[in-house]
Write a protein that binds this ligand. Sequence first.
Ligand code: DX5
Ligand code: ZN
Length: 226
Amino acid sequence: MTRPLRIAPSVLSADFSRLGDDVQQLDAGGADWIHLDVMDGHFVPNISFGPAVIEHLRPRTAKLFDVHLMIAPVDPYLSAFAAAGADSITVHAEAGPHLDRSLQAIRALGKRAGVALNPATPEAAIAHVLDRIDLILIMTVNPGFGGQAFIPAMVEKVRRVRSITEGRDIDIEVDGGITAENAPTVVAAGANALVAGSFVFRGGPEAVAGNISAIRAAAESARAPA
Ligand code: DX5
Ligand code: ZN
């Protein structure tokens, strides 16, 4: 089963002084989803933004808000992110002891539920929640910062995740260091949702649409029938 390809630019590399305008630029430039990286300075060594910022961005686009929560604890904040306009909420498998509970809470809020895996976390950590999720986010860098180099060993992990999710209605998303150069490799391994921050914003706002097209074309080349 071939799932739709989703290009999900991360606003982490945007100009935060004009974030709403940059989100509109991503929308006009052909983004499928808008990836929103929330960091707490505790679960990851960086701080980004919270629900208030997402709420103010919400009227700027109708595109799906793909909210990636790199925070712990996460449960006390799920309803705030849902109310702010998240369409999909992804929590880290490492963020708390009760992953199954967090995922149930997200679906109870009427949102798509995702689970993220750090590079060091094996896919066995999510074997018990496959019925509770709509998306698996495979970190292809150590979370916390944009602009890091893709970890090549994650390609095999994407392949393994694809095999444990075969036949299920689950998106496989890769996040970190994704470029037009490595997009075909991760897509061939089974990813259908590609997050890209620094690559998309490379060259400034005027380059955004071209960068999104480049990543899409590269990804599609790996899906073309042989
Ligand atoms: C890292 C974030 C990523 C990151 C992507 O913790 O989850 O979404 O911002 O940025 P690039 O594409 O620059 O690695
Ligand atoms: Zn992310």
